[in-house]
Design a protein around this ligand. Structure first.
Ligand code: SF4
Ligand code: SF4
Length: 347
């Protein structure tokens, strides 16, 4: 099994599932949402951030590049950039920089090391009803890795396991996780099939079919709705969301409305990418309030703005049940054919 690169193992997270959590961010996503708040997790390959404020314009990075892909932009007397067409991600420029202006994004970390880091906060998980969340990027782009990690967290370590996903994957990549994942946090970015295909990438139908299968299998599912200006923020979009999710009101744990914010702007700049939402103001909670109202009318049992907030302490939570307490019998695990769907990560 080839493991994906990891961009971050973030401890004490409060918005990625119930309680205090450790969130593991894997690199690589099959979609290309132009507002992505974690752009460093879109590409499978290793990249680097350029911290312009640390750059002295010494040119060591240019001299170290064996591919002629690293050039200095002397517009402000310093700076560097990478030519994507030539760059081989060898990272020799990063090693050459003595001023910390170049930072590697995405590291190869063994499953054992990830597990060791994740279990180190067990006491906090126990006291808060928390656990570990596998996020990205898209964890389902790396089905064998995600399955193995979830298995070890759940079966070997007896921790609460959540996965954040778009469900844009083959069902065969999702089904094995039913035995090891307590909570699926599913992003639904648009209910317009054409917009989904053109702007976000991938088939909306695949996602909705997988969501239906997940709920029929008795999985615990929470929906994330990122509300983005010009993408899904009209009254019609809100009505569509409410009507669609209303049919699953009894099965869903809840819905988290995530109004657009511009916090990722600096990441795009540091990665040397264009940010299409530059200058577009954040959405306020008032602007998404009609969506919350419409969802409430449809009987959605828990609706939050901005995520769960870690308030679901053990024994107090609305709706969460550990995997082993679920009523429905779990489907038998489905084993992936050797190598199926595995993304090979290369530097
Ligand atoms: S990563 Fe390697 S190829 Fe790319 S710019 Fe740096 S030194 Fe050049
Ligand atoms: S990125 Fe580092 S090595 Fe390159 S010019 Fe700036 S300070 Fe020098």
């Amino acid at each position: 099994m080839r493991t994906p690169l990891i961009t971050e193992i973030q401890r004490f997270c409060l918005h990625d599932g119930p309680g205090i959590r450790t969130t593991i961010f894997v690199k690589g996503c099959p979609l290309h949402c132009p507002w992505c708040h974690n752009p460093e997790n879109i590409q499978v390959k290793q990249e680097f951030y350029f911290h312009a404020n640390k750059c002295r314009g010494c040119g060591q990075c240019v001299g170290a590049c064996p591919s002629g892909a690293c050039t200095l932009d002397h517009g402000d007397g310093k700076g560097t950039r990478r030519e994507a067409t030539h760059c081989t991600s060898c990272l020799q420029c990063v090693s050459a920089c003595r001023f910390g202006a170049l930072e590697v994004v995405g590291k190869a970390i063994s499953l054992d090391s990830i597990l060791q880091e994740a279990v180190s906060d067990r006491i906090f998980y126990q006291n808060s009803g928390g656990g570990v969340t596998i996020s990205g990027g898209e964890p389902l782009l790396h089905p064998e890795f995600t399955h193995d990690l979830a298995y070890r967290l759940k079966v070997q370590e007896n921790l609460h396991v959540a996965i954040q996903t778009s469900l844009f994957a083959e069902w065969e990549a999702i089904a094995p996780l039913l035995n090891h994942v307590d909570l699926f946090i599913v992003d639904i970015k648009s209910l317009d099939p054409e917009r989904h295909r053109q702007v976000i990438g991938g088939s909306l139908q695949t996602i909705l079919t997988n969501l239906d299968l997940l709920l029929k299998a008795g999985a615990q599912v929470r929906i994330h709705l990122p509300i983005i200006p010009g993408i899904n923020d009209t009254d019609l979009d809100f009505e569509l969301y409410a009507a669609y999710l209303g049919q699953f009101a009894d099965g869903l744990i809840g819905v988290d409305i995530l109004p657009y914010h511009s916090y990722a702007t600096e990441k795009y700049r540091q990665l040397g990418r264009n940010y299409q939402f530059l200058g577009i103001p954040d959405l306020s909670s008032q602007q998404v309030a009609p969506l919350a109202h419409a969802l409430r009318l449809q009987g959605i049992r828990e609706i939050t703005l901005g995520g769960m907030g870690g308030s679901t302490a053990a024994g107090k939570s609305g709706g969460y049940k550990p995997l082993e307490q679920r009523r429905d019998p779990l489907p038998r695990p489905v084993h992936l054919p050797q190598g199926k769907g595995v993304v090979v990560t290369q530097l």
